[in-house]
Write a protein that binds this ligand. Sequence first.
Ligand code: GDP
Ligand code: MG
Length: 180
Amino acid sequence: MQSKELIFLKPDAIEGKLVGKIIARFEEAGFKIVRMKKNLISKELALLLYPDSKEQLTGMGNKTLTAMSQKGGMEMVTKLFNTTDPFEIGKQLNEWNRKYASSTEVIACILEGEDAANRARALIGKTDPAIADKGTIRGDFSKDSIYMGNMERRACRNLVHASDAERAPVEIGYFEKYFF
Ligand code: GDP
Ligand code: MG
């Protein structure tokens, strides 16, 4: 079934002059661009985009625990976050995300296509570019990693945001109101 998906190209995509290459991946996969605009994400929109939901924050915190277990270990997690609880770690990551997403202008698009959110997320690849598969946007174009982001106490620069399927209509609504 045709559906819509919200993506935005993060500051590192623009800084790295990767906009054309990234958009081409979506077009080549059959997506149609319905809307597209470069603008600043306001503090207000950043709060809506990265809400303090327990499930989402715990999920993000667990990604840190996985990434740091390969490198740095639990000692480093405690040093960086003052806790090893994924939910508490997630709260700090969300602060970094809000700051990064609203630091400089991003390019947001509403895409339309078959099973749009799931297919867009497959194209962008895993959150941590260090383990994202080759052939995915993050795997091919991002040099950053969750580990490097954590060590510098900032969001991982992984080029693209794409809504989870159940959040897509909600995030599209927020961007229609506060961005486009
Ligand atoms: P996504 O849906 O794949 O983008 O991942 P999430 O929704 O879980 O996280 C949102 C964003 O937060 C990611 O795209 C990263 O930029 C950042 N992020 C997530 N987990 C971590 C982490 O463990 N450490 C750091 N530094 N950034 C993270
Ligand atoms: Mg996400």
